[in-house]
Structure formats: structure tokens, C-alpha cells
Design a protein around this ligand. Structure first.
Ligand code: DQA
Length: 139
């Protein structure tokens, strides 16, 4: 089971960035926990603040991995390019959000990604990623 986790802009600052919304843990620390919890999974992780680099990784993992967990962060609400990339690949993608985007500003209620993904996990803090992994393992 190969799972690629892709994080978009500003998620490199998890633990520092708006901790009241995103928590106190860095993604790197959480990622170590995930690898320990799911030793049967071959993980790959990529983060970028650059839209085109996220598209490159979706294309790269999209024909070689069993599942992709994508938190496109702010690009969720703007990116036709990321949506088109997801439509192009074979690997199922789960859209992940740490915060409940529907309880926040109106502009976060629109996702360009949601219509083309397998499913959406929103608002469970970093556990949103853990729930996505469990789905792929049981699928
Ligand atoms: C986010 C929600 C987005 O609206 C925001 O731009 C992010 C993080 C989340 O995980 O809650 O950067 O994707």
C-alpha cells in the first residue's frame, strides 16, 4: 500500500501558524507518528507553496501510488489546474482539511477539488490525515 501525502501552501508552518485553528504540532512530527502507527504503509510526503509543484506531484503519484491524501490548502479554493490534474490521474484522491472550512469564511466554502475526488475529510485536526489512511487500508 503506497500512500502519497501532498500538502499545499503554508502547511510547512503547522505548529507555528494560527495554532488556535491548526494546532501546535508540526506536520513533520505528526508524519513520524503516522509512519509508526501504520508500518504496513509505504508513505511518501511532499509539501510546496507553489501550485505547479503540487500539480507535478499529483501527476507523479497519480499512476504509481494506491492513494493520495491532498490538502491543497488555499489552492483548494482557487485552482483549476489542481482540479484538472486530479481528473487526469488514476489514483484515488481524498481531499483533506485540518480545519472545518465550512465554519470559516465564505470563500473557504467553495472547493474546486471536491467534485473530482473520491471523498472529503474536513475538520478533524491532523486526524483528518489518519482517517484518510484508514479508508485506503480498508478499501
Ligand atoms: C486548510 C483550509 C484552507 O482554507 C486554508 O487555506 C489552509 C488549510 C485546512 O487544512 O484546514 O491553508 O486546507
Amino acid at each position: 500500500m503506497k500512500i502519497l501525502i501532498i500538502n499545499g501552501p503554508n502547511l510547512n508552518l503547522l505548529g507555528i501558524r494560527e495554532p488556535g485553528i491548526y494546532g501546535n504540532q508540526s506536520f513533520e512530527a505528526y508524519y513520524e507518528d503516522l509512519k509508526k502507527e501504520f508500518p504496513e504503509v509505504e508513505f511518501d510526503y511532499f509539501q510546496s507553496n507553489i501550485e505547479g509543484e503540487l500539480i507535478d506531484q499529483i501527476q507523479r503519484g497519480g499512476f504509481s501510488c494506491d492513494g493520495i491524501l491532498l490538502n491543497a490548502a488555499a489552492y483548494t479554493h482557487t485552482s483549476v489546474g489542481i482540479r484538472d490534474a486530479i481528473k487526469t490521474i488514476e489514483t484515488p484522491v481524498i481531499e483533506i482539511h485540518i480545519s472545518n472550512t465550512f465554519s470559516r469564511e465564505d470563500f473557504r466554502h467553495k472547493s474546486y477539488v471536491s467534485p473530482v475526488v473520491k471523498g472529503i475529510i474536513v475538520g478533524f485536526g491532523l486526524d483528518s490525515y489518519r482517517l484518510g489512511i484508514k479508508f485506503f487500508l480498508n478499501a
